[in-house]
Structure formats: C-alpha cells, structure tokens
Design a protein around this ligand. Structure first.
Ligand code: AMP
Ligand code: ZN
Ligand code: FE
Ligand code: FE
Length: 278
C-alpha cells in the first residue's frame, strides 16, 4: 500500500501510436485506476499520442507530461533520449519526426529482407497492415512473427533475430545523440538519457553530458539497486536531473506493468523548474 499523501508518477510509457498496445484512453484510465498522480507519455519518434492523452487526462485527476523517446545512433548502437515537457507543436520537431518516421518504414523493409534471408516468411506490408496507425519498430515485427507462429514469444524474436546484436537487426537511425538532445531542447523540452544501463561506454556517457543531456533515467526496471545508485551518483556529480519509469508497452511487454516502477512527484517539480530556466 502506498503511503497516504505520497504522490507517485511513472515517467516512461508508450501508447499504440508507437509500440505500446494501449490506446491513449486506455493508458490514461490505467494510470488513473492505479492512483498515479502523473505519467509521462514517451512514444518512440512520435507525438501523435500526446493530444489525445492530454484531453482524456483533463477529465480525470491525472497529469500527463508531454514527452517523447527519440532514437539516435552512435558508433553502431541505438541510443534512446527521452524528452520531457516538450512543445509538441514545434515545427522543427515535427519536421524531424517526419524524417525519423520515414526512416523507420525503410528500416522495416531492410529488417524483413534480412528475416527472409533467414528463411522467415513475411513482408514489410504485413507489418504495416497489422499496425496501420502506429509508428513502426522492432516490437511490431516481433508481434507479427509471433502471430505467424514463427516465434513462440516476442522475447524470442529479439533473442534470435532482431535484438541489438542479432542477424536481422538493422540500426538505421539518422539522428546523432547530440542532434536528438538539441532537438528536444529547441522544442522546449528536457533531454534525459533513457535506460542508461544500455550505454556500455563510460566515454559516451560523459560525452552525452557534455552535449547537454540534462538528466538520467536512474530508476528503471532493469536497474539493480547498485546500478541505480551508480547513476544517482553520476547525476549528483554532474548536476543532472533524475527520472524513472516502467517503460510500459502494454501487452507488447507483458511482464512490465504500468507503475511497476514509480518515482516521487518531486522529480516532476524538478523537471518543471529546469524547463523554466531553459
Ligand atoms: P526500435 O525503436 O524499433 O529499435 O525498438 C526498440 C523497442 O523494441 C524497445 O522500446 C522495446 O519496446 C523493444 N525491445 C527491445 N529489445 C527488446 C527485448 N529484448 N525484448 C522485448 N522488447 C524489446
Ligand atoms: Zn518500445
Ligand atoms: Fe527505449
Ligand atoms: Fe521506451
């Protein structure tokens, strides 16, 4: 049972506008029924879920932080940068998102070609037609493979085929982390490094800090207490904000429930204070 009067928030959630399975209405209802005070909606490379989420939340006693999770590429690896409290009507942001979304479509064709080379029968159009309203990514490919019985779980699809080091993985993101950071700042948002445990290089971590990352997602389901403490210390030493969230994807990641990782609302206050100073 949560303490009375303590306000808790989940600052990393996805809707079906990217690779979550919950539509904005369902996402907001879920957050409200869990008694969360706020959630951040942070879809991959799209802001399409923000307005509907904000509209529904306005009718409930729930705050929605408009966010995004931008995909960038560095030295052959995918880097995710969260943007909090963005102006989701910013023209430059929308223009860049359009490019990223086209990249993602192109990338599905390339991934499917590689999967075909591994004797897996599917077409890029199968992915697009299964998810006509979503900005597509690997989880969609995994779900189509599952529907076809070509894997027994989405997890297996990542383990065998499309995980970061697997044979059908395609990188293909055009932004550098620096560009992603700048784009978020120019859109009035706070750039935060998502799930920092995925960054294997300390040099890159320090580079991201130099390039203007303003926070670290120190609290993340995959982080052990020791890993969380490492990033909390790093944040303190470098005067960075701290965030945390579940990275909820609905049934796309069935083991990760909304609010399975909650943080204090005070972290939202810190984000807002930082935004005022931008
Ligand atoms: P993409 O942005 O297309 O590269 O896909 C990244 C998304 O794939 C993540 O946000 C997760 O939703 C999903 N993903 C990545 N690795 C795994 C994994 N090992 N198991 C399940 N889902 C994963
Ligand atoms: Zn995702
Ligand atoms: Fe991510
Ligand atoms: Fe995410």
């Amino acid at each position: 049972m949560d303490q009375v009067g303590v306000r808790l928030v989940d600052l990393h959630t996805h809707t079906n506008c990217s690779d979550g399975t919950f539509a904005p209405l369902k996402l907001i209802n879920e957050a409200a029924s869990l008694g969360l005070s706020a959630i951040a909606v942070t879809d991959h490379d799209t802001v399409a879920g923000l307005r509907p989420s904000l509209e529904v939340a306005a009718e409930k006693n729930l705050e929605v932080l408009p966010g995004i999770e931008l995909s960038a590429e560095y030295d052959g690896s995918e880097i995710h940068i969260l943007g909090y409290l963005i102006d989701y009507e910013n023209k430059k942001l929308l223009k860049q998102l359009d490019i990223l979304q086209k990249n993602r479509i192109e990338r599905i064709y390339e991934m499917v070609e590689k999967l075909n080379g591994l004797e897996l029968e599917l077409k890029a159009e199968d992915v697009f037609s299964a998810f006509p309203d979503s900005i597509v990514g690997r989880l969609h490919v995994a779900r189509v493979l599952l529907q076809r019985g070509l894997v027994s779980s989405t997890q297996e699809a990542f383990q065998k085929y499309i995980g970061d080091t697997c044979p059908a993985y395609v990188l293909g993101f055009k932004l550098s982390p620096k560009e992603a950071i700048q784009l978020i700042r120019e859109s009035g948002g706070i750039p935060v490094l998502a799930h920092p445990y995925t960054i294997k290089s300390d040099t890159l971590l320090l580079e991201l800090i130099k390039e203007g990352i303003m926070g670290l997602e120190a609290y993340y389901p995959e982080h052990s207490q020791a890993v969380t403490n490492f990033y909390l210390n790093l944040a303190r030493e470098n005067n960075l904000l701290v965030t945390g969230g579940s990275d909820f994807h609905g049934d796309g990641k069935p083991n990760v429930k909304m609010g399975c990782l909650k943080v204090y609302y005070e972290l939202v206050d810190e984000l807002k204070k930082a935004r005022m100073k931008l």
